[in-house]
Design a protein around this ligand. Structure first.
Ligand SMILES: NC(=O)c1ccc[n+]([C@@H]2O[C@H](COP(=O)([O-])OP(=O)(O)OC[C@H]3O[C@@H](n4cnc5c(N)ncnc54)[C@H](OP(=O)(O)O)[C@@H]3O)[C@@H](O)[C@H]2O)c1
Length: 249
């Protein structure tokens, strides 16, 4: 296998499960050293770290809440200290709390916006000065097709995920001259822990929408993010790429 990310240093938020784990594994296979954050699943983080290290690259994990501005800087500083630099930032961590808008509490709104939107700002803010200084960087943020089309019961989540698209396009313009690309990936329904709590009729409806006829895997998303992180994608920035098997056409 060609090591398209050989020796690069990556930070993936939410690497302890699902899509984040697949990204960490794919990066490690491509030769990158991988730091990642987790929120509550330390056991998951430990096993992901062991897998990464078994692939012959360096790894590290940090406990962090996406919503914590100061912690994001601390994590980025620790990555720089441990690995010497940072080349790739993937804002993957996210959470949902679904409810129709007339039943949504202020707390449900605030927590999802703080994690899924402010959290992405926190990490981009923390990593940007280094990227500007070294004139190199890759920033990829995981949004959702529901940012593009809206979703019944997900006004908070769709608002946050749409927010990261505007944030990323703006930052793409701000960091372009520093040779930093900034892109967004919008998955459709992907088989992870996040969808386990969703009602069966929600998943059945999604299956009817997916023209390729199967629920996506975390690896489907990870491969696109690995491509966007490599040299082959050096002239792609400000882009929003759906990875949804045609769920939203
Ligand atoms: N699965 C889908 O169908 C789908 C579709 C579109 C978009 N997405 C997006 O894909 C991304 C990954 O989701 P997933 O499906 O892989 O879900 P997942 O398996 O539930 O993983 C979510 C990850 O985010 C972390 N996390 C959650 N809340 C956090 C917080 N407050 N601070 C820091 N980390 C936090 C979790 O950490 P711990 O486990 O350690 O708590 C975990 O590592 C999310 O942004 C999600 O919105 C998923």
């Amino acid at each position: 296998m060609i090591k398209t990310l050989d020796g690069k240093i990556a930070l993936v938020t939410g690497g302890s499960s699902g899509i984040g784990t697949a990204i960490a594994q794919s990066f490690a296979q491509a030769g990158a050293h991988v730091a990642f954050t987790y929120h509550s699943n330390k056991e998951g983080a430990e096993s992901v770290l062991a897998e990464i290290e078994a692939m012959g690259v360096k790894g590290a994990y940090f406990q962090a809440d996406m919503a914590d501005f100061a912690k994001a800087q601390e994590v980025v500083d620790q990555v720089n200290e441990k690995f010497g630099t940072l080349d790739i930032l993937v804002n993957n961590a996210g959470a949902n709390q679904d409810k129709v808008v007339w039943k949504m509490t202020e707390t449900m709104w605030d927590e999802v916006i703080d994690t899924d939107l402010k959290g992405v700002f926190n990490y981009i803010r923390a990593a940007s000065p280094n990227f500007r200084e070294k004139k190199y960087g890759r920033i990829i943020t995981v949004s959702s097709i529901n940012a593009l089309r809206g979703k019944f019961g997900q006004s908070n989540y769709a608002a946050a995920k749409a927010g990261v698209i505007g944030l990323s396009k703006s930052v793409a313009k701000e960091l372009g001259r520093s040779n930093v690309t900034v892109n967004v990936v919008c998955p459709g329904l992907i088989a992870t822990k996040m969808i386990q709590s969703m009602p069966d009729d929600f998943k059945e409806k999604a299956m009817e929408e997916i023209v390729l006829g199967r629920i996506g895997t975390p690896e489907d998303v990870a491969e696109v993010i690995t491509f966007l992180s490599g040299d082959g994608a050096k002239h792609i920035t400000g882009e929003v790429i759906k990875v949804d098997g045609g769920q939203y056409i």
